[in-house]
Every structure is written in C-alpha cells, then in structure tokens.
Design a protein around this ligand. Structure first.
Ligand code: DQA
Length: 154
C-alpha cells in the first residue's frame, strides 16, 4: 500500500499555509516570485527528467493531511513546504511518516537566519533532504534531487 504504483514517475509539490500569497507576502523576506512561478520551476525540472508533478496548496492542516494520505500509491516523492505548520504540526509530520514517501523539505527563506521558533521543524527529521534560503529555486533543486535520486520505476 505504501509503495508507489508500478510505473509511477509523479512527484507531489505540497504547500502549506500562506504560501498562496508568495509574491505579495513580505517580499523582503520571501521575494517577489509567486507560488505559480515556483510550481513552474518544479514542473519544468520534472519534465526535463521525464517526470510529472501534481501540486497542492492549502491553508488547512486537515486538508494537507488528507492530501498526504491520497499520495499513497501515487506519488514517488514529495517536495514539501509546510510553512508555519513545519514548526508546529506533529500531525502533518505523522502523516508524512505514515505514508513513507521520500520527502524533500523546502523553505523559501533561510529559516535559520530568522526567529528562533523557525529553527525547529517537525518535518526535518523525516525528510531525506532539507533546502532552505534558495528562494523559489529551492523547488527546482528539490525536484531535480528527487528525480535524480529516486529509483526509476518505469
Ligand atoms: C517558510 C518559512 C516558515 O517559517 C514560514 O512560516 C512560512 C514560509 C518559507 O518558505 O520560508 O510560511 O516555510
């Protein structure tokens, strides 16, 4: 049940609360690129490698958990920016552990150069890789890393 479907070359790009406001939200911290720009970078990287992406953003913890559950048997890897839930949500971390899909955690900003409460993430311990502070290019880097490191299942 936990293994990706035979032939799966799909990545889930998962974004949590307030990331829908990228581009206008605190541009001095997060830059002026939008979430659509970030997804486009990931999509282009996936396409170059012969993979496809699915993208999901929600401001609701439960909706994010439901989407993680739905990735079972579908997504071979997850690029995850859970926003502030990274620092607070044991439930989302439990969901990621439960589905046992390789995760690359992304943060647009360098969380370690910011407030102390952003230095801990419940996601990091179960992520295979963490990318912080690269701006939206982190989504491209995470996608390339997964497409290069995950076994080809087709
Ligand atoms: C963020 C960092 C988080 O601390 C913050 O709550 C966000 C965005 C980032 O991408 O830099 O919402 O995940």
């Amino acid at each position: 049940m936990n293994a990706p479907a035979e032939g799966s070359r799909t990545l889930l790009i998962l974004n949590g609360p307030n990331l829908n406001l990228l581009g206008t939200r605190e541009p001095e911290v997060y830059g002026e690129a939008t979430l659509e720009d970030a997804i486009e970078l990931a999509s282009a990287a996936a396409e170059r490698a012969g993979w496809t992406i699915e993208s999901f953003q929600s401001n609701s913890e439960g909706a994010l958990i439901d989407r993680i559950h739905a990735a079972r048997g579908n997504a071979a890897g997850i690029v995850a920016n859970l926003g502030a839930y990274s620092h607070t949500s044991l439930a989302i971390a439990d969901a990621l552990a439960a589905v046992n899909i390789p995760v690359v955690e992304v943060h647009v900003s360098n969380v370690f150069a910011r407030e102390g409460f952003r230095h801990h993430s419940y996601i990091s311990a179960l992520a295979r890789t963490v990318i912080v502070g690269a701006g939206i290019d982190g989504y491209r880097l995470a996608t390339e890393h997964l497409t290069r490191s995950l076994p080809s299942t087709v």
